[in-house]
Design a protein around this ligand. Structure first.
Ligand code: G3I
Length: 475
């Protein structure tokens, strides 16, 4: 795996002066392929304060049951300035019987946060898991109306106290299809997510409204399904402000982790890492890479770890968090702190809508993870259809552009669309038309592809993908 290393001029500017950033000593901490300037004496010394320097937050999941543990709460209140209730705001906890609400445990967490100057992420309003029994037994209009009532009542109770809500959690299926997960909520109609977000906006207009999911941490079929939904919501004015990437990581992150965050940010939503935990022997480096990726994306507004100490984690035995069972800081903690301290001014000045102005990485990745195809020529580029998701009336296609060994600085892919196929939207490239022979040209951030590396773009179309062909020219 290779992460594209930001060229030095693209590294976030910490301050106009380099005072206090360890540059004079020439110190650089290399975490995987990411270079992070090490902090010096005046760098902040807690996660929350370090994140705040760039306008971001650093949070953690908190179960109410741990607040009385003084070792735990000491770390919580020293290090974290955002709290997600681990289970206490889920449907089974807040509405155990229909229209009868139980907010005690969640209220205790909110009270703790208020007392310690911490903000809250609400988690979560509509999810296929942790539904009370009465919800599991509903379907159709009754379930749809119950969801709407649940969102209205819970958001009204916490109105003005929640920075961001995970309005909908984990609605997309794993695997190659990029479609929705089957669930009782999904069976109420494909518009259930849209209804949830519209309801949420009316219930608390000040709260940021997020979609949250796992296994969406790189560019893949599932994340592209979510991407298409967000793009559609933005195009049609359905309210959505942020996308959460859970990032329950085993061993390593996808090489396009940052590029994936950036493509969502480019749709005009904030992106947040919402449930971070990392297993494996390379843990410290991976934590640093993830933090750096967030710092490199202007609209990545914060990071939340899913617990504090290893012993608090839902991933029993994997020790995936930043503090050991005794509450000592691990090497991963230092990696995160250094990456936070190296970041420059960030999302505090970002509007809640509009496109990112941050330097975008070239989302090219190493040839080692390419699908098998003809070796690219030394100059120019090749194009291949790397995936197609077809449904009865349309499809999405992902096109992989692979540079020859000399690399390219610009590329054009000519796609011959089958008769009857009409493009309705596209991403990561600009199309010349919507049907017949369509030329896709690179955007400013993905024109450059290193020799042998590739980038991907995609489009959605009405009709049938059968017979789609692509070819590439590069310079
Ligand atoms: O509180 C009861 C306890 O009374 C009972 O004795 C015990 C017996 O099993 O269960 C306890 O409840 C457990 C609860 O955690 C609190 O510990 C549930 O069984 C258990 O299912 C629940 O697991 C939670 C899980 O979501 C449920 O899906 C985890 O704590 C929580 O960390 C996890 O969080 C999810 C996010 O919400 C969404 N993304 C994935 C993430 C990890 O799975």
């Amino acid at each position: 795996m290779r992460i594209t290393v930001p060229r030095h001029r693209d590294l976030p500017r910490a301050k106009t002066s380099l005072k206090g950033w360890g540059v004079a000593a020439g110190v650089a901490l290399v975490t995987g392929a990411m270079m992070v300037l090490a902090p010096a004496a005046d760098a902040a010394t807690t996660l929350g304060a370090s994140a705040a320097q760039s306008g971001r937050y650093f949070g953690t999941a908190v179960p109410n049951s741990k607040l009385g543990d003084s070792t735990y709460s000491t770390i919580l209140d020293r290090e974290f300035n955002m709290i997600t209730p681990e289970n206490e705001m889920k449907w089974d906890a807040t509405e155990p019987s229909q229209n009868s609400f139980s907010f005690g445990a969640a209220d205790a967490i909110v009270a703790h946060a208020t007392a310690h100057g911490q903000r809250m992420r609400g988690h979560t309003l509509a999810w296929y898991q942790q539904q009370p029994g009465w919800v599991q037994n509903l379907s159709g209009t009754a379930l749809r109306n119950a969801m709407i009532n649940h969102i209205n009542q819970v958001m009204a109770h916490y109105k003005g106290k929640i920075y961001a809500w995970d309005v909908v959690n984990e609605a997309y299926a794993d695997g190659t299809g990029g479609g929705r997960r089957d669930s009782n909520l999904q069976r109420t109609g494909n518009d259930w997510i849209e209804v949830a977000f519209r309801t949420a906006r009316a219930a608390d207009p000040a709260a940021k409204l997020c979609y949250n999911d796992y296994n969406t941490d790189g560019v893949n079929a599932k994340s592209t399904g979510v991407y298409n939904m967000v793009q559609d919501f933005k195009a049609r004015g359905v309210p959505i402000d942020c996308v959460g990437f859970q990032s329950h990581i085993t061993n390593s992150i996808p090489s396009d982790y940052q590029a994936n965050l950036q493509r969502f940010a480019n749709l005009g939503v904030d992106v947040q890492i919402t449930e971070l935990d990392v297993s494996g022997s390379n843990q410290a480096a991976v934590y640093g890479q993830i933090t750096q990726a967030c710092m490199n994306v202007t609209r990545c507004t914060g990071i939340t770890t899913w617990g504090i100490r290893d012993s608090d984690s839902w991933r029993s035995g994997e020790n995936p968090l930043l503090f050991d069972a005794s509450g000592n800081k691990k090497a991963a903690y230092t990696s995160v702190l250094n990456a936070l301290n190296a970041a420059g001014p960030g999302p505090s000045s970002s509007p809640s809508t509009g496109t990112s102005t941050s330097p975008s990485p070239s989302p090219s990745v190493s040839p080692s993870s390419q699908p098998s195809q003809s070796p690219p020529p030394s100059g120019g580029c090749t194009a291949a259809v790397s995936s197609v998701n077809q449904w009865n009336t349309g499809f999405t296609a992902t096109i992989r552009v692979t540079a020859g060994s000399a690399g390219v600085n610009a590329w054009t892919v000519t796609a011959n669309l089958p008769s009857g196929a009409t493009i309705t939207n596209s991403w990561n490239a600009t199309p010349s038309g919507t049907s017949g022979t369509v030329r896709f040209t690179n955007l400013s951030y993905n024109g450059h592809i290193d020799g042998g590396a590739y980038t991907e773009f995609g489009f959605q179309a009405n009709g049938n993908a059968s017979g789609l062909t692509v070819s590439c020219s590069g310079s």
